[in-house]
Write a protein that binds this ligand. Structure first.
Ligand code: DX5
Ligand code: ZN
Length: 219
């Protein structure tokens, strides 16, 4: 099995020290920074806007994996991409024309991702797979860190793995929510190539980040 990309979610970091926290995870071996954007409307929590993404961008070189949990999403794509988002992942329920939004993300120069809530069907992307760079399977309901992994979603990861392989496309398959050293190998075995982890990376403070990331990569 190949080593997964690890994308720590800064939602679980110290918000008073966001720049420092991004530098600490980069130094500890993180591959991407996962930034959870919430609007208190699409999900019941409010977090980070484009100005914070812009302020963080000079702190690290690794890609910014921006998970937009906002509706409507289209009016904000440009702001997040010009602020420094490298990958922009959107929920199909957050706009009327998923295909148009994905094309727009690519036109603006970022990689385009689609995220599946636990109840969302894999068919959302069946006819638009060529227009996607990343698929993100939520293994919790979006809105908060620290929730438990919903195991039924492993079957969705397997289904999407088959869909990607059958199409012969180069698409990252990412998992988000409740990822720990116990659930990470289950996700990778099901076909995931990238893992988001908040609590499992940031627990124990900066001295623990490198070991926490290593544990998620399989030790
Ligand atoms: C939930 C977010 C996740 C969350 C993961 O809406 O999308 O990225 O921060 O946190 P943990 O790893 O603690 O479940
Ligand atoms: Zn996320």
């Amino acid at each position: 099995m190949s080593t997964p990309i690890i994308a720590p979610s800064i939602l679980a970091s110290d918000f008073a020290k966001l720049g420092e926290e991004c530098r600490a995870i980069e130094a500890a071996g993180a591959d991407w920074v996962h930034i959870d954007v919430m609007d208190g409307h699409f999900v019941p929590n409010i977090t980070i806007g484009p100005d914070v993404v812009k302020a963080l961008r000079p702190h690290v070189k690794i890609p910014f994996d921006v998970h937009l949990m906002i509706a409507p999403v289209d009016p904000y794509l440009e702001a997040f991409i010009s602020a420094g988002a490298d990958i922009v992942t959107i929920h199909p329920e957050a706009g009327p024309h998923l295909h148009r939004s994905l094309k727009r993300i690519r036109e603006l120069g970022a990689k385009a991702g689609v995220v599946f809530n636990p109840s969302a069907p894999v068919e959302y992307v069946e006819w638009i797979l060529e227009d996607v760079d990343q698929l993100l399977v939520m293994t919790v309901n979006p809105g908060f860190g620290g929730q438990s992994f919903i195991s039924s979603q492993l079957r969705k990861i397997e289904r999407l793995r088959k869909m990607i392989d059958a199409a012969g496309l180069d698409i990252q398959l990412e998992v988000d929510g409740g990822v720990t050293p116990v659930t990470a190998p289950q996700c990778v075995a099901a076909g995931a190539t990238a893992l988001v982890a908040g609590s499992a990376v940031f627990k124990g403070g900066p001295e623990a980040y490198a070991a926490n990331i290593r544990a998620l990569k399989g030790g």
